[in-house]
Design a protein around this ligand. Structure first.
Ligand code: BEZ
Length: 338
């Protein structure tokens, strides 16, 4: 493995009212495929995996995950974990534009950079949270290093090589017109590293099939929460992905009113689903939570247990009018309201 080198430190983290500062430290390491930058928040917790995020094309770790990780209810969860937010090469703030002819890493190579990050930090296991291209990268990493992945939250994953679904997704994304879409479109159009973004985009479009097979050898062996926006461009791809994974290990969360980037538009609902996901893995026991979230969870769980044999796979579905969110342990479908 290439020599690991730290090249920069410390960045400011905006605080929520009443929140105590948590150190954020940015590092870069050399890998066989070039340098990769990542930012670590919090301190390692004994016997707990790190939460490792990977962002989508057109974003960096901050623009992709800040609304979720700085969401108020999320604080209670993430204070129990160290977080490692990876920026794809050339996407970190202030990244210089790559020289003409630069060979950007493939998504598989981006996944192969992750062991260098973990080795540098001396972290042995992770819970991965990825969006779009980042979800693909984390899934590829999990296929190659199953022993190091305790769980995966995969938002908008498309495990297939580029095909007609991308065409449909692109078309629908262009037709979206909400304020948030406009805001992010504006950020991307005016990004100083637009040429770098195009390179990441090209790698995404040249991805190969992950070749998941239900019951076959190529599958994710850890608990997985698949997330997609209701009627979002990636819906068909995520539904198909769900059909190929182990139903006893996989939860599927379809979110109403969330558009193409649920982590930006529905951080509250995603936070709640994430909490149940972690609880299903044996983390975040209700005794660790505030009285308010404990009583809420208890009532949700008892409502759910009535309906324990409805489905073999875990389905988390949520609707905006009732605010219903469903979750549960492997092999069960649970309905919860929020
Ligand atoms: C975190 O606390 O992990 C975090 C803070 C700001 C942006 C992204 C993540």
């Amino acid at each position: 493995m290439a020599e690991l080198q730290e090249v920069q430190i410390t960045e400011e983290k905006p605080l929520l009212p009443g929140q105590t500062p948590e150190a954020a430290k940015t590092h870069s390491v050399e890998t066989p495929y070039g340098s990769v930058t990542f930012t670590v928040y919090g301190t390692p917790k004994p016997k707990r995996p790190a939460i490792l995020t990977y962002h989508d094309v057109g974003l960096n770790y901050k623009s992709c995950f800040q609304p979720l990780f700085q969401f108020e209810d999320m604080q209670e969860i993430i204070q129990n974990f160290v977080r490692v937010h990876v920026d794809a090469p050339g996407m970190e703030e202030g990244a210089p534009v790559f020289p003409l002819g630069y060979q950007y890493p493939s998504l598989d190579q981006l996944a192969d950079m992750i062991p260098c990050v973990l080795q540098y930090l001396n972290f042995s296991t992770i819970i991965g949270v990825g969006v779009g291209a980042g979800a693909y990268i984390l899934a590829r990493y999990a296929l190659n290093h199953p022993d190091t992945v305790e769980g995966l939250v995969l938002i908008n994953i498309d495990p297939n090589a580029k095909g007609w679904m991308d065409w449909a997704a692109h078309k629908e994304e262009l037709s979206g017109n909400s304020e948030l879409i406009q805001k992010y479109r504006n950020i991307i159009t005016h990004a100083p590293n637009l040429d770098n973004i195009e390179l990441y985009w090209n790698s995404y479009n040249n991805r190969r099939d992950l070749n998941f097979e239900r019951g076959g050898d190529i599958t994710l062996r850890c608990p997985v929460m698949l997330v997609v926006g209701d009627q979002a461009p990636h819906e068909d791809a995520v539904v198909e992905c769900n059909s190929k994974l182990d139903p006893t290990q996989t939860s599927f969360l379809k979110m109403a009113d969330s558009g193409g980037q649920p982590q930006l538009t529905q951080p509250g609902k995603l936070t709640e689903a994430f909490k149940y996901f972690l609880q299903g893995m044996g983390y975040m026991a209700s005794s660790c939570m505030t009285r308010l979230s404990r009583s809420r969870t208890a009532s949700l769980t008892s409502a759910a247990s009535v309906d324990g044999n409805r489905s073999r796979s875990r389905t988390l579905s949520q609707s905006s009018e009732s605010g219903t969110l469903s979750s549960g342990p492997p092999g069960h479908t649970m309905e919860v309201s929020c």
